[in-house]
Design a protein around this ligand. Structure first.
Ligand code: ASP
Length: 414
């Protein structure tokens, strides 16, 4: 009977089931349990399968997308619109985070670190600076970037390759284009099969997450979690629906229904990149945006457009400052806003990438003591559920961006 349900319902049911199983395993000594090992293996296999198709999918879809744009000026126009949309929505999200953190003041009177329990922060590492991130976008070895799954590098190379393909002699152009198009079609078919396995994979992922997350620490950092949760909800349920309504003149529920499978996949994988194949399929088939637009806007969105992460960077750093008893003045808060935006652009679309990027923002306002690292470590303990939520917001904003841009190009949607 469950097979008759739409895919996102199947996933939601498995999610609930995984939560129940996870809490059961959390009560018992689950690590030696054979059933537990088997169930989480299913989740791991699902994520590996998704990751397997990401690089070839991004690479081929961007090249096909770019090279099929006949009108060269359209590439620049699409690029500019995409960039402006992404920066504006992320900035909006940051302002929500900033306002809530100042009004709720979650860090004021937060428990001391000793009570929370410090976590090993040695595992957390971050790139040195924003300039470093920009530099890393250009791969010195494109094959190496493909092999390592360096998404920004792959995007840069594929964009360049796609644009230049339009200027190459037509014989060689059509040969290479046919080959890349065939690979793209096959990868898409593979993606469809993998997505059908999502309910089972999600069952494994939820079981693993819930069995590992203790609830007591959640209580200690409750106000912080609440602030982030509230901010993400405002962005997801008020700001993005307003954008959908204003630009597309449709009921936002129609859009949410169209991308429901991608939303639940983002929630359970905590990875925008791993969700990308699903997002592309939903926006293409259900929102009915053209291949040209989706293959240009979405791969970029999965890496550089992270509204949820941007909001979290800003509110998270204000929380740390408040917990340390440091009052950030207006100028410092402005720096937080700008660096939170850049950190969200630089964060990879993988679990907890946003948490690691917090150090860029704390550094920028001179919060450098060991206590900062200890607070980030404590935040790591409850990061998973927040990460799931912000990843869902991230990919929802990507999909809204694709729809807005498709509409502005005169496409007929939904
Ligand atoms: N997990 C998020 C994503 O993939 C990034 C983050 O940690 O905020 O979109």
């Amino acid at each position: 009977m469950i097979k008759k349900l739409e895919l996102h319902w199947q996933i939601i049911i498995c999610m609930v089931f995984g939560t129940v199983l996870g809490s059961y395993f959390n009560q018992i000594n689950f690590t030696n349990n054979g059933l537990y090992t088997f169930i989480i293996l299913l989740g791991d296999i699902f994520v590996r399968l998704l990751k397997m198709v990401i690089v070839p999918l991004i690479f081929t879809s961007i090249i096909i997308g770019i090279s099929s744009i006949k009108d060269q000026s359209k590439i620049g126009r699409l690029g500019l619109k995409t960039f402006v949309y992404y920066m504006c929505t992320s900035l909006f999200a940051i302002l929500i985070g900033l306002t809530l953190a100042n009004v709720i003041q979650p860090g004021v009177g937060a428990v001391t670190i000793d009570q929370v329990g410090a976590f090993d922060t040695s595992k957390l590492s971050t790139s040195n600076s924003i300039l470093d991130i920009l530099k890393r976008m250009i791969p010195t070895n494109p094959i190496g970037a493909l092999a390592k799954g360096d998404i920004l590098g792959v995007i840069f190379f594929a964009l360049f390759f796609g644009v230049m393909m339009n200027f190459s002699p037509s014989d060689s152009r059509s040969t290479i284009k046919n080959i890349i198009k065939s690979i793209y079609d096959i990868i898409l078919k593979m993606t469809q099969v993998i997505i059908k396995c999502a309910p089972i994979g999600v069952l494994g992922l939820m079981t693993k997450t819930v069995s590992n997350t203790g609830l007591s620490i959640f209580k200690e950092l409750g106000m912080y979690a609440l602030t982030i949760g509230l901010g993400l909800s405002i962005h997801l349920f008020i700001v993005l629906p307003l954008i959908i309504f204003i630009f597309m003149r449709v009921n936002p529920i129609i859009h949410f229904k169209a991308i429901a499978t991608a939303m639940v996949t983002a929630f359970s994988t905590s990875s925008s990149s791993a969700t990308l194949p699903v997002t592309m399929k939903c926006v293409n088939e259900n929102v009915k945006a053209s291949n040209e637009t989706t293959s240009f806007v979405l791969p970029m969105g999965a890496t550089i457009n992270m509204d949820g992460t941007a909001l979290y960077e800003c509110a998270g750093v204000l929380f740390i400052a408040q917990a340390l008893g440091i009052q950030l003045d207006a100028g410092q808060q402005f720096i937080v806003v700008i660096t939170a935006l850049l950190a969200s652009v630089g964060a990879a679309g993988i679990p907890s990438a946003g948490l690691v990027m917090l150090f860029i923002v704390t550094d920028a306002v001179g919060l450098k003591s060991d206590a900062v690292a200890l607070w980030v470590g404590s935040m790591l303990a409850i990061d998973r559920p927040l990460d799931m939520f912000r990843t869902m917001v991230n990919i929802t904003s990507d999909s809204v961006g694709a729809a807005v841009i498709a509409k502005s190009e005169g496409e007929k949607l939904y």
